[in-house]
Design a protein around this ligand. Structure first.
Ligand SMILES: Cc1cc2nc3c(=O)[nH]c(=O)nc-3n(C[C@H](O)[C@H](O)[C@H](O)COP(=O)(O)O)c2cc1C
Length: 308
């Protein structure tokens, strides 16, 4: 009997829901399928699986370093099967190409990939946002079907139908599907370089509370240092600032928001319309309801609870 596992990393729960649906789909095909959070699995433990699914959000157009590190620490799994998936608020960007190449570099045969839109809780994006409401029931049904398809394809490839192994589109063809807008990451990167996380010691409950340290995907925070360390390997995913239970992590948002929102508005609008025209995006929030005038960063913190 074949053995599969779906491993996921999630911050606000979108990828978790998709991972659960994929797991449900694979389980329907009769084989054994495990579902696990990235932080609960040692990458070296994956040697016993015939099919490995790995998913996370696309953050700054790629996977977070904890996902990259997870793949790099896998044993060489020559000839075993894998698939990659992500959720995103605009498009996967480099996520699919980067993770597929990384999985192949571990000796895995990548038999598929997929992506879904997910509600975005980014301090510099409007609220309501284009993709709010996703993944919905229809998305999750698709994810379930994808899981079944992966299990079925894997079985057939193991039986010799190697022509079913897909080839990831490259260059322009890839960009058209997964990176319809290029400008955002560039200008965004310049802004990100200026973001500074500061800790308000009057609000911080360390050592009683270690929430930010425990949940930082790159282990970048060390509150035991004086001043607390916030930048060793920080990937600016904003999780700590958004979820600190006492709102002790602070950023000077005014200058960022002034530059970011007008630059981004046109790109996001264009991208959402493009995907809608291609039939890849089902709009659940009418365009006139997008909260361009709502500064999500001004919302009371914690802005959400981590949902792994
Ligand atoms: C800091 C940050 C950066 C993000 N960068 C991107 C991005 O480059 N492209 C994109 O499409 N979505 C981006 N998103 C949106 C997330 O990918 C999306 O909300 C995802 O579904 C979250 O998944 P989760 O609920 O599993 O954490 C970003 C979100 C955050 C908080």
């Amino acid at each position: 009997m074949s053995k599969s596992i779906v491993v996921y990393y999630s911050q606000t729960g979108n990828t978790k829901k998709v991972a659960q649906a994929i797991h449900k789909g694979i389980s329907q095909t009769g084989g054994q399928c495990d579902l696990a959070r990235l932080k609960d699995v040692e990458p070296q433990e994956l040697t016993g699986y015939d099919l490995i699914g790995l998913g996370s959000p696309s953050i700054h157009a790629r996977e977070l370093p904890n996902v990259t590190a997870f793949i790099n620490h896998m044993e060489l799994l020559d000839g075993k099967h894998a698939f990659s998936f992500c959720t995103h608020g605009v498009s996967p960007g480099f996520y699919i190409s980067r993770t597929v190449s990384a999985l192949i570099s571990r000796g895995l045969i990548v038999i598929g990939w997929n992506d879904w839109f997910g509600a975005a809780w980014h301090p510099l994006l409007p609220k309501p946002y284009f993709t709010d409401g996703h993944p919905d029931e229809i998305d999750l049904k698709e994810a379930e079907d994808f899981g079944r398809e992966m299990a079925e394809r894997s079985r057939r490839i193991y039986q010799g139908e190697t022509e079913l192994i897909p080839t990831l589109p490259k260059g322009k063809e890839y960009d058209e599907i997964y990176r319809p807008i290029h400008e955002v990451p560039q200008h965004f990167q310049r802004l990100l370089n200026r973001v500074e996380f500061k800790i308000n010691k009057d609000k911080c409950h360390y050592p009683k509370c270690t929430y930010c340290m425990d949940n930082c995907p790159t282990g970048a925070i060390d509150l035991s240092m004086d001043p607390p360390m916030f930048d060793r390997g920080c990937d600016l995913c904003w999780l700590c600032e958004q979820t600190c239970p006492s709102g002790a992590i602070e950023i000077d948002y005014e200058p960022l928001a002034r530059e970011h929102v007008p630059l981004t508005e046109g790109d996001l609008m264009r991208s959402s319309k493009l995907f809608e025209a291609k039939g890849r995006f089902r709009r659940l929030v009418p365009l006139e309801d997008i909260g361009w005038d709502t500064n999500y960063w001004t919302f009371k913190k914690p802005r959400f609870k981590i949902d792994y």
